[in-house]
Design a protein around this ligand. Sequence first.
Ligand code: PLP
Length: 330
Amino acid sequence: MLAAGAASAPASAQGSLVMYCGVQEEWCRAMSTTFEKETGIKVAMTRKSAGEVYAQLRAEASNPRGDIWWGGTGDPHLQAAEEGLTLEYESPANKDLQDWALSQWKAAKQRSIGIYAGALGFGYNTEQIKAKGIPEPKCWADLLNPKLRDDVQVADPNSSGTAYNLLATVVQLMGEDKGFDYLKALHKNVSQYTKSGAAPAKAASLGETAVGIVFIHDAVVFAVQGDPIRAVAPCEGTGYEIGSMSIVKGARNLENAKKFYDWALTPAAQALGAAAKSYQVPSNKNSPVPPQAPKMNEMKLIDYDFVKYGSSAERTRLLTKWDKEVKALP
Ligand code: PLP
């Protein structure tokens, strides 16, 4: 896929690539530096949460500055696709991808593709829970325990793809009215809504909060390194994400964006995730699944309606409602 001899060519000859990256900083850096090393294409990478990248693409629509949006939950990628902020593309690597990755591509009318999958849940600090003398939380309902007052962290769904995934999951799992009742009750226990989705996992691993609502793989990162955090797939069932990639419409470095896109779907590039301690399930059928990756086939997963919850109208409506009915509460 990459031109022979590209690695030895000077970066200036190969041009550049502006990458908006939606996963953890360490994985973002591994992707940008490895691609740069292999191709000579100079990468300018910024890490941002999914809702923030979407907002940036909108703000830059008349004068696009980004070329590729790699990573982050699928819903805002779908909204960007619907609003014409991203570009149709069919990679030769499509034939090697899991069905769920291609379903994102079809839902986005070819403007976005699945690069990894991960389920939503939470992580709790085992020492904090023991100190509170409460049973270990196993279910969404357990997070409403009054003894967890001001001891739950989750991100703000406006900025964070993780937290929007929670909002959409709860609405699908419980129904909209009960789902919002749940989020309002949860609000009493939330000490702060963070900007980035994975931040509550780190806080729970350090004991700065008893519970962090995050993608399960984001809690596993800290459990694997021996921190007192346990990752939970909630007993009632849970939602999941199809982490995605899209090419920016009007990209100034379009050919390089396509090169990156094809490369990012290869097993070698996808293996950089686990090497950077990110344990999602990769989308290429030939990519090894990290042994630490949460076993999604053993969880009770909802049939997440990506088309509906990634639509511009629904995402905008739910976020406005959450701002008004949940975040505005004392
Ligand atoms: N970090 C990792 C490892 C992820 O898989 C994801 C979601 O795709 C995120 C972060 C999401 O970040 P945010 O919720 O800040 O948009």
